[in-house]
Design a protein around this ligand. Sequence first.
Ligand SMILES: [Ca+2]
Ligand SMILES: [Ca+2]
Ligand SMILES: [Ca+2]
Ligand SMILES: [Ca+2]
Length: 399
Amino acid sequence: MLIASHLLFLVVCITLFTGVSFAEKIPDYYKPYAPIYTDKQVYTWTDKVHITIVSPAWNENEYGIDSIGDNSDNPVKISTASSSLGPYRLTETSPNSGVFTGEVTLTGFLHDADGDGISDTIPRTSGTGPTNGLLEAKRDDGITISFEFADGVVLTKSATVSWNVGQVAFSSPNYLADDPVTIQVNDPDMNLNPENLDQIPIEVYTDSDSAGISVVAVETQDDSGIFESTISLTQTGESSGNRIRAFLGDTITARYEDRTLPPPYGIPDELDITAKSFVGSDVPSIQKVSIEEPHTADSNGKQVSELTKGNQVQIINHIHNNQDYRQLFTAIVQITNEQNQIVSLSWITGNLDAAQNFELSQSWTPAESGNYRVETFVWQSLDDPSPLVPSYAKSFFVK
Ligand SMILES: [Ca+2]
Ligand SMILES: [Ca+2]
Ligand SMILES: [Ca+2]
Ligand SMILES: [Ca+2]
């Protein structure tokens, strides 16, 4: 808006002076007008800084591309606390724009940003413009751009340099077995080269593979500072390359180690940044499995309706996997008497294939007559007693 209104002002001036023979407009000492803009207010240590100076007074030739800043009388200088560039040339964006632009790439300082023991930057300061400038920058630094608009009239603009705490995210809160899993890391500090796709290492692990895999995340665009890696899940093979072993119900974790942290962290500090997702359908956990009403049978599998003490009987339960994916489970069958004492307890651990029906059969010889209660539980595992279905209870009478 500001630029637009001043450009409008310039157009008005040109119109007013059309009849007057000003071949060049001389910079006005008393009304210095040359606002300096940067594309960001805060840069990271290896960013590219885009500089714009709107200076209609320096549009000396309205039919040609003018330059500013590259002479020692009216220099443009770009400085950090320890390094400085200039005189630095900026060039007009079009013959009659009066808008001058240039770029300077920050080159940071010696630092191992990815933890391989080798510094990842080549700090250096050189260049005369408009786009070849390289300028060293520290972690908590400032950038000052100055333009000597007229003799002794210096206009300036400042920006800051700092590091950022990275962020990690999964593309989805849960994944099905065949879904590609995309992990995204946002850490502008690892855009070490604004002209190329950079890469960062990330670690991925699951409940089924706690050692996990190390994968490379690649920058989405040359200058984005956003990195992505896509991996796949396997339930049958081992982890390898970009594939990780994960069973239904597993938590999947991605970890990025950020070695480019802002204060209060120190420059050598590291911070593990993690994100979690879930392997499995989005069926509510309590409806993953269903249990049919249990019945009793003899040793040949023939259903019996009358139970008598001292005679062995089979308690038959059917459980069903309601998901399209394999489900790890532990099923527990507990029998209690009228005094609520457990007289029989057994469990089985296994995997239910997609939509599989599974028969649980427990033999039991009631020692006493009376009322008994059979309760069936289906849990994730003995270690993780998250129910996959509410427990099912049924009473039996033994003569
Ligand atoms: Ca011009
Ligand atoms: Ca390194
Ligand atoms: Ca890059
Ligand atoms: Ca960082």
